[in-house]
Design a protein around this ligand. Structure first.
Ligand SMILES: [Zn+2]
Ligand SMILES: [Zn+2]
Length: 176
């Protein structure tokens, strides 16, 4: 959604946006957005500056980084971007103190860029299905959320595994 700064009125303009992740250009490995992403955005147009503040909300489906199950999560994330208009700084140099400000060199502002950035920041890097997720037992590969295992927590028994594999393989052979 492109906003023309030249024709944008002074003060605050509000936008309610509902758009698919695809249209917003959001692509995250192993993560799907089943419904449109909702964003309410306020653009405050001042003499030399412009602020974009808003909130993005959406649900997503992904794979738990700990136990590997598919689960649904939610994003509710507030963002705030400050821009300095290009003409205020003809040389394109920003004030050194203004590190949190971006230079707006064009006459347009793409709100989709701000929304995309916010969603990417809001998605957890390692999403887990629950704070209490017990993960997968390194010893027997059981999903400990669903089953109990008899391994001592945290101990891996490579030889026991190996023996079992050999036994299984022999059992298969015997059947054939
Ligand atoms: Zn999990
Ligand atoms: Zn185990």
């Amino acid at each position: 959604m492109i906003i023309d700064i030249k024709t944008l009125r002074e003060g605050v303009s509000s936008y309610e946006i509902s758009e698919t992740a695809e249209k917003l250009g959001i692509e995250i490995e192993d993560l799907k957005f089943k419904a449109p992403i909702l964003a309410s955005v306020q653009v405050n147009n001042m003499d030399e500056k412009l602020t974009v503040s808003g909130r993005v909300k959406c649900g997503f489906e992904t794979i738990c980084a700990s136990c590997g199950c598919a689960f649904k999560g939610k994003i509710d994330y507030a963002f705030n971007h400050k821009y300095v208009k290009g003409e205020a700084f003809p040389g394109g140099e920003l004030n050194k103190e203004a590190l949190d400000e971006e230079l707006l060199s064009k006459d347009t502002l793409d709100l989709y860029d701000d929304i995309r950035q916010a969603v990417l920041l809001a998605v957890p890097e390692k999403a887990v299905c629950s704070e209490k997720c017990k993960g997968i037992c390194p010893g027997c590969n059981k999903n400990l959320n669903k089953e109990k295992c008899t391994c001592k927590t945290g101990t891996i028994k490579p030889f026991a595994e190996l023996k079992k594999l050999i036994k299984d393989a022999e059992a298969k052979k015997g059947k054939m």
